[in-house]
Design a protein around this ligand. Structure first.
Ligand code: ARG
Length: 251
């Protein structure tokens, strides 16, 4: 008899561990991002990954009662990691483009952005997207980003010696500040953030692309995407999106 109760106890414990006891099923979704892209994703003094995107996905998770695990990885592997199920969701200020959309499923756009040119503050050459190649200027970009695609357009191929492909966005600015590059091509809100924090740099001319960020899931995972899109629609409606926007961008 006592043995029977003990066995029952073990079974109950196992069930509790598996099901979370209360029956409310808490899914843990792994979210991949690359956290050198403030204010969308960056790390705070305690090494927590924080930012606009992180608050956004946390709010989406809250509506859906998901638990999240945020994972930092190189930007250029995010899509691959999604396809091989190492992560469930990507939120990384990722621009929705045709080539990527062949490999992943994108949400409705959640942010508008542009590429821009960043140079050292004392730069006095006349630099535009159209004359970078003829001046033979060195461009620093983050690998796999639309900034690197723009550099590729300028020089005809991604491996051109005048293009420095860096794994981290901050490394591109370091190249510029230390004179190892003449220009950084990057998303404008991120350029503004780095300039504010690092100083000694300025944005040149006008933004020269039109981009929209989307949240990505594995191709075919429409069930998960529907939940993400409904949550996005809800938060744009009820003020939650605006609150997060204000927190990271001010008014
Ligand atoms: N919007 C650009 C792109 O999609 C840059 C994104 C980089 N994001 C990041 N978390 N490092 O290519």
């Amino acid at each position: 008899m006592a043995k029977g109760f003990a066995l029952l106890g073990v079974i109950l414990l196992v069930c509790a561990a598996l099901a979370g006891c209360g029956g409310s099923k808490q899914e843990v979704l792994r979210v991949g991002t690359e956290a050198t892209f403030p204010p969308f994703e960056t790390t705070d003094e305690n090494d927590n990954i924080v930012g606009f995107d992180i608050d956004l996905i946390k709010k989406i998770a809250e509506y859906n009662e998901w638990e999240l695990e945020i994972v930092h990885m190189d930007f250029h592997v995010l899509i691959e990691e999604l396809s091989t199920d190492k992560i469930d969701i990507v939120i990384a200020a990722m621009t929705i483009d045709e080539e990527r959309a062949e490999k992943v499923l994108f949400s409705e756009p959640y942010f508008d952005a542009y590429q821009c040119l960043v140079v050292r503050e004392d730069e006095d050459r006349d630099i535009t997207v159209d004359n970078i190649a003829e001046q033979g200027l060195i461009i620093a970009v983050q690998m796999g980003t639309t900034g690197s695609f723009a550099a590729e357009d300028i020089y005809g191929n991604a491996d051109h010696p005048n293009i420095k492909q860096l794994k981290r966005a901050n490394e591109a600015f370091m190249e510029l500040k230390s004179n190892r590059a003449d220009v950084v091509i990057i998303d404008k809100p991120v350029a503004e953030n780095y300039i504010r924090h690092l100083g000694g740099m300025k944005i040149l001319g006008q933004p020269f692309t039109n981009e929209q960020y989307g949240i990505a899931v594995k191709k075919g995972n429409t069930e998960l995407m529907d939940k993400i899109n409904s949550a996005l629609a809800k938060m744009k409606d009820n003020g939650d999106y605006d609150a997060i926007f204000k927190k990271w961008f001010g008014e």
